[in-house]
Design a protein around this ligand. Sequence first.
Ligand SMILES: Nc1ncnc2c1ncn2[C@@H]1O[C@H](COP(=O)(O)OP(=O)(O)OP(=O)(O)O)[C@@H](O)[C@H]1O
Ligand SMILES: [Mg+2]
Length: 153
Amino acid sequence: MGPQPYVERYVVQGGVFDAIGEASTQLKSVLKMLGIPSDITRRATVVAYEAEMNLVIHAGGGEITASVFPDRLELFVRDEGPGIPDIPLAMKEGYSTATDEIREMGFGAGMGLPNMKRNSDSLDVRSEVGKGTSLFAVIRFPSDPVQQPVKEG
Ligand SMILES: Nc1ncnc2c1ncn2[C@@H]1O[C@H](COP(=O)(O)OP(=O)(O)OP(=O)(O)O)[C@@H](O)[C@H]1O
Ligand SMILES: [Mg+2]
């Protein structure tokens, strides 16, 4: 049995643009407070921010659960929005279904999912059209150098 993770859960409202970034900003300060290395915190904040934006813009809201284990951070994001019909297509840089109105607000470059993938060690996206979408991202912490002595020779 592993140790219990430290868990934070954020509910994100759909369509509320002035609150965008609230959940990821809160997560960032929690990770800082827990003493998570700054590079890990930065990557986790990027993943959470992109997920949060997608919940607001595409999904009609949802929730983000962050679980901090001794060796990794897990982010689980779920919504009951329209779903993603073609996940490999949605993962491509520049692919977006955002409206002109959304683009005028500065979103919809089609970089969110690729950015999430780049900043996590693994990203699993599942979706069912008409049911919703779930994402599972893992960001591993650098292993303790004390436990990995440099080999001589
Ligand atoms: N939670 C979701 N529910 C439904 N569709 C989604 C969801 N997340 C992403 N998508 C679909 O995948 C596309 C690509 O998402 P991605 O985050 O990469 O880009 P974007 O949100 O359109 O633009 P950006 O993230 O650069 O502002 C979206 O345009 C949308 O069609
Ligand atoms: Mg996005």
